[in-house]
Design a protein around this ligand. Sequence first.
Ligand code: PLP
Length: 387
Amino acid sequence: MSQSLFETELEQIKAAGLYRHLRRVENDQGPTLRLDGREVINFSSNNYLGIANHPDLAAAAKDAIDRYGCGSGASRLISGNMTLHEQLEQRLAEFKGTEAALVFNSGFQANSGILATLAGEGDVILSDSLNHASIIDGCRLSRAKTIVYEHGDLDQLEAGLDQAAGARCKLIVTESIFSMDGDQAPLREIVELAEKNGAMVMVDEAHATGVFADNGAGLVARLGLGDRVQVQMGTLGKALGGFGAYVAGSAALREFLINRCRSFIFTTALPPAVMAMAVAAIDLVRREPERREQLFCNCRRFEEGLRDLGFPLGTCDSPIVPLIIGDAEKTMGLSERLLAKGVFAQGIRPPTVPLGTSRLRITLMATHTQEHIGKALDAFKEVKEPA
Ligand code: PLP
């Protein structure tokens, strides 16, 4: 692609109202941000428990740098596998209640790599229509036949499983909490269908890790499905406040991925500080269930406030509150008007969400105060267009 082609494509993106630009955060990641020079209340973060700037995580990272240095120097299979990688994996397996766990450099690399490793030509992946881009790319990379079922539609999933009857391997993949809609997948029913049809289940717990279950292990744990979901994937960069990702499951799954998964094998291992931070985050999240209680208390107050103002909300199952507007430009206009009033609620447009479903993706944090929520509701009241 030449320079002029970039420019032409950029013009087309702008004309479609889909141009994206980077905003700059000038302080630490808290419930308030200094965003492009302006103080705002942050309703656009996946730092749901508010621990991305917690002193325990910072102290663990500093100590790891003092003891083990900054970089890991190589991939895990060469000389980059350090004590802290294994310590974190043990901690993750305990946390998730699985036999083993394996750390990945990001959730994107985990999903794309795991799916491409577990399924191949002659296999069938059944994937929810709203699954994350990294899952979609993993399905493509795998070269397996991918059957996309309508979001949460169990009849379509069952029909897909019938269609896949003769396949060598059948793998159902779903998020547990959907990233842009905040709703929950019908995991119990999915697991039952999988068992009836001899399929494996992979669940992406990116937005559930730290948030659900008494210890924060996720939605699979809360529903008691840990023994029936073969592959649990999640991130360390959202509610756990750091960076990286994990897969939790059997020891055989771990060994298989170490031997076959290209996005695990061919990349430099995460640095010691990131590992130490994640261990500290898991300990904190288990020790302080009150953060989850506060988070859900904030969610209830905010949702009730928005409903009282007449904003149309669906069922709210998580700290992600989607306010569907439909039109991309209107969505971005609303987001800008809120920003002008000191409230940062990011507008989300295609291709991140389906055409015609642009929305504000509003996310709550445990560290939002009643004052933050009250101010945000006032701002929503002021920007609301008359019906
Ligand atoms: N899976 C889901 C559902 C996500 O929302 C994200 C978001 O980033 C990812 C995977 C990727 O995780 P990471 O940010 O660690 O690459």
